[in-house]
Design a protein around this ligand. Structure first.
Ligand code: IMP
Length: 438
């Protein structure tokens, strides 16, 4: 049974939520392995629109076990809010398990996130302000509070005291007060522990047991390859391992149990927050694409910066992640364009680059090399077979595949589940077919 990792192959917001939701019903379990409620996965089911921040997109399928792995950072307030909202809309969250090894985002992490951004000034990262970076900092510094600690009052008190010492030290240095009632916070966290207790478990043990029984697991990445802490456009990245390898680190499932990797790409490129975006369009054309693609952040509502498809960036993501196939989303957003540009590579200081630059300043100075393809000027909304796409749209998809070196196995032609082409003979069809789904 295939265990598949779904990863964003650009700078995030590629439409992973829809792709995971679409595939989830064929798997027995869906596991999130990185990030926290900085993510925003939008899923449309019939007339209902769900925006998931922390819960795996598989939650919308009954009977699919959903897990938050140790690599996720969890704001218990945000978790409960999301669970309550889903429950009030008739979605069952009964099958949710949270790793006892996942780290907790505490209120002071948000304060530290904001302070760090303020201190960076013009070089700010444009974080989501959810406290993600500081929570991972505490994890790496070995002073983090883990979900399992919520069940142990003594450990909870000790960990909280350490977190408080550290936070107060930094904020005192910056001349800022920290208005947190730590006694009340400890009480609230104990209560979370009591309420979440039955869901807290050893995700690594559970998943490995499931896999040994032949169950198929879908690993849901958040953020994206180019926001990965190690391999992304550092420092304009998030603080977790967003790539395929993160699925192993963030759940405790060994690499040998992973059978495939799906990279999700948008038919163009977007980015929220600051940092280089070489194929950024600019001007009216970018504004028009943003409006047509409704490119506003699902978490913060910020307008997303829009660029042409950047094959150099996706080739790099494919190199790091070994994608078996790509899912190409939002093809229909390009329907009205006369011409469509495709970034095929970069030059820097007048020289063509062979490899993706590791330095964000260099990346920001890169000039994309473009080729221009004709648009198709007709609606592809809801098309369900590749052969029903206009020839110019087929050509565009094939060119994406040629330039990235990865076959396109799934194409999304609209927001709804049904607005999808699963390509016959492709890896996605094979995976879902093997699972009895396609
Ligand atoms: P953080 O993850 O809040 O620390 O933000 C770091 C960077 O990652 C910022 O540029 C964010 O805009 C970006 N980021 C974080 N989560 C997402 C996401 O789900 N989609 C797109 N960008 C994201």
């Amino acid at each position: 049974m295939p265990n598949i990792v779904v990863v964003g192959a650009q700078w995030g917001d590629e439409g992973k939520g829809k792709v995971v939701d679409l595939m989830a019903g064929c798997f027995q379990a869906v596991a999130r392995y990185n990030g926290g409620h900085n993510a925003g996965h939008t899923v449309l089911v019939g007339d209902e629109r769900f925006v998931l921040h922390l819960l795996p997109s598989g939650i919308l399928h009954e009977g699919v076990l959903c897990l938050l792995g140790n690599g996720v950072v969890i704001d218990p307030w945000a978790l409960e809010r999301e669970m309550e909202e889903l429950t009030s809309r008739g979605v069952s969250v009964a099958e949710l398990i949270v790793s006892d090894r996942a780290h907790v985002i505490l209120p002071h992490h948000r304060v530290l996130d904001a302070l760090a951004e303020e201190q960076r000034g013009a070089r700010r990262l444009g974080t989501t302000g959810r406290g993600i970076g500081p929570a991972y900092e505490d994890k790496a510094a070995r002073r983090g509070l883990r979900i399992g600690d919520l069940l142990r009052p003594l450990a909870l008190g000790e960990r909280l005291a350490e977190a408080r010492r550290h936070a107060e030290q930094i904020l005192r240095g910056a001349g800022r007060p920290l208005e947190i009632d730590w006694v009340d916070l400890e009480r609230q966290l104990e209560e979370f522990g009591r309420r979440l207790g039955p869901r807290i478990g050893d995700v690594a043990a559970i998943l490995n047991r499931q896999i040994a029984r032949g169950y198929a697991v879908l690993f849901e990445g958040a953020q994206a390859a180019l926001l990965d802490l190690d391999h992304g456009s550092y420092p304009y990245v998030t603080s977790s391992s967003a790539g395929v390898a993160g699925a192993c680190l963030g759940t405790g499932v060994p690499p040998a149990r992973i059978d495939g990797a799906l990279g999700v790409v948008k038919a163009y490129t977007t980015r929220v927050g600051t940092g280089p975006l070489p194929t950024e369009i600019g001007g009216q054309a970018e504004e028009a694409l943003r409006a047509r693609g409704q490119e506003y952040g699902a978490t913060t509502g910020r307008p997303r910066r829009c660029g042409w498809f950047d094959a150099a960036a996706v080739r790099y993501a494919a190199l790091l992640n070994g994608f078996d196939t790509l899912a190409l989303t939002k093809l229909d957003v390009l329907d009205e364009l006369d011409e469509i540009r495709l970034g095929t590579g970069y030059t820097h200081a007048g020289r063509a680059l062979r490899d993706f630059p590791s330095d964000a300043t260099v990346l920001g100075e890169c000039e994309p090399i473009y080729e221009t393809l004709p648009g198709w000027k007709q609606s592809t909304l809801g098309v369900r077979a590749f052969s029903d796409l206009p020839p110019a749209a087929q050509r565009y998809v094939e060119r994406v595949s040629e330039l990235t070196g990865v076959a396109v196995g799934l194409i999304s032609t609209g927001p709804e589940r049904e607005h999808t082409i699963v390509r016959t003979g492709g890896a996605v069809a094979a995976w879902l077919g093997g699972l009895g789904g396609a």
